[in-house]
Write a protein that binds this ligand. Structure first.
Ligand code: AMP
Length: 394
């Protein structure tokens, strides 16, 4: 990475504003159900403690839309951090108000203050320079370690960098290094597996990956638009009728670039969008009317598996079926299992595929599981991330 990190600056005795991604899932009682994003921030926090910085943490949580809402308070995050660090984390009642100012004024080296949810302020998502300036005024240095929000230009993810020396944290460094190394110098064969619901969300990614990969595997809801574009009957399966021409263009591009493009050869179809719906396996080219494709079938798992086993670098983004329903999770779980066994660099773009890997208990078996779905897609697309661009070059 060509950006400076916390290691490139002197943090001793400095007030460091550290933007993290503490946007963690919670149950109805506010208990954190998955603390991975908090754990992912610990390396940078510990480094700053060890190097005698005054650590001012900030993050968003959910979508409170610019006003205080108790259910979006970072209070559970403060408690979880205390538990993980074995150290006091003082939660401010506000973001840039009197409480934060006072807490920061009284900080000693190694202390930690957590500001309240930055999205309690209207200026955050608008990237309001006035709010960014107020946030910056609390600190001497800005560190961005919130990889999951680097694709958004908000006040705490980008705007604040205009007012302070700005560098990356270790999580951002690791995410960028994994992804850009894989894209720039992949050990070949290089395979990408793309799934998920919509072609429209992934057009840019497919287009960019066709320039780089040896094989592109397409599964999930978006595969049916490609099958339909080839003239097959897809029944009631997901389809974006306005993307059929584009699907043809992408398939032509794959041919031109000598990229092997694989679609599911068989499909698990269901009668209705229901957990316990009647289901069966058919050829992907013979989906009957009134049925819907919800997962890749056993022959596709085998075909994709054979291809994945040959790879030296694999990137996976998006489930290959309706994996929230056990009946249609077999394809996604099988891909996860195959990836856990291959002798290759395996990179999982965040979001649903990361959740599937975690649920299968296979996170440790992957080379890298990204903490940011949207951000990693944007990186795969070759687009710049505002939260990274704003940081100082080495
Ligand atoms: P995305 O946000 O585009 O990555 O899509 C993820 C969603 O796509 C997940 O909720 C999956 O359940 C859903 N999905 C994947 N395959 C299918 C399918 N064949 N039919 C319906 N939904 C699907």
């Amino acid at each position: 990475m060509n950006k400076k990190t916390v290691k490139d600056i002197d943090v001793k005795g400095k007030r460091v504003l550290l933007r993290c991604d503490f946007n963690v899932p919670q149950d109805e009682d506010g208990n954190i159900t998955d603390n991975r994003r908090i754990v992912a921030a610990l390396d940078t926090i510990k480094y700053l403690i060890y190097n005698d910085a005054k650590i001012i943490l900030c993050s968003h949580l959910g979508r409170p839309k610019g006003e205080f809402k108790k259910q979006f308070s970072l209070s559970p995050v403060a408690k979880e951090l205390e538990k993980l660090l074995g150290k006091e984390v003082k939660l401010s009642e506000d973001v840039v108000g009197e409480c934060s100012k006072k807490l920061v004024q009284n900080m000693k080296d190694g202390d930690i203050v957590l500001l309240e949810n930055v999205r309690f302020e209207k200026g955050e998502e608008k990237n309001d320079p006035e709010f960014a300036k107020q946030l910056a005024s609390l600190a001497d240095i800005y560190v961005n370690d919130a990889f999951g929000t680097t694709h958004r230009a908000h006040a705490s993810t980008a705007g604040v960098a205009k007012f302070l020396p700005a560098v990356a944290g270790f999580l951002v460094e690791k995410e960028i290094n994994f992804m850009s190394n894989a894209l720039k110098n992949p050990e070949r064969p290089f395979i990408a597996i793309l799934g998920g619901a919509k072609v429209s969300d992934k057009i840019g990614v497919i287009d960019a990956l066709l320039e780089k990969v040896d094989t592109l595997i397409i599964g999930g809801g978006m595969a049916y638009t490609f099958l339909k574009a080839q003239g097959y009957n897809i029944g009631n399966s997901m389809c974006e009728a306005d993307k059929l021409d584009l699907a043809i263009k992408l398939m032509e591009k794959a041919k031109e670039k000598n990229v092997k493009l694989l679609l599911p050869v068989d499909t698990v179809i269901g009668k209705e969008f229901k957990r316990d719906t009647e289901s069966k396996v058919v050829k992907s080219t013979e989906i009957p009317n009134d049925w819907e494709g919800f997962d890749i079938g056993p022959k596709s798992i085998e075909l994709f598996g054979e291809e994945i086993k040959k790879a030296k670098t694999v990137i996976w983004n998006g489930p290959v079926g309706l994996f929230e329903f056990d009946k249609f999770a077999v394809g996604t779980n099988s891909i996860a299992k195959i990836l856990s066994e291959v002798d290759a660099t395996t990179i999982i773009g965040g979001g649903d595929s990361a959740a599937a890997i975690e649920k299968a208990g296979l996170t440790d078996k992957m080379s890298h599981v990204s903490t940011g779905g949207g951000a990693s897609l944007q990186l795969l697309e070759g687009k710049e991330l505002p939260g990274i661009e704003c940081l100082e070059n080495k």
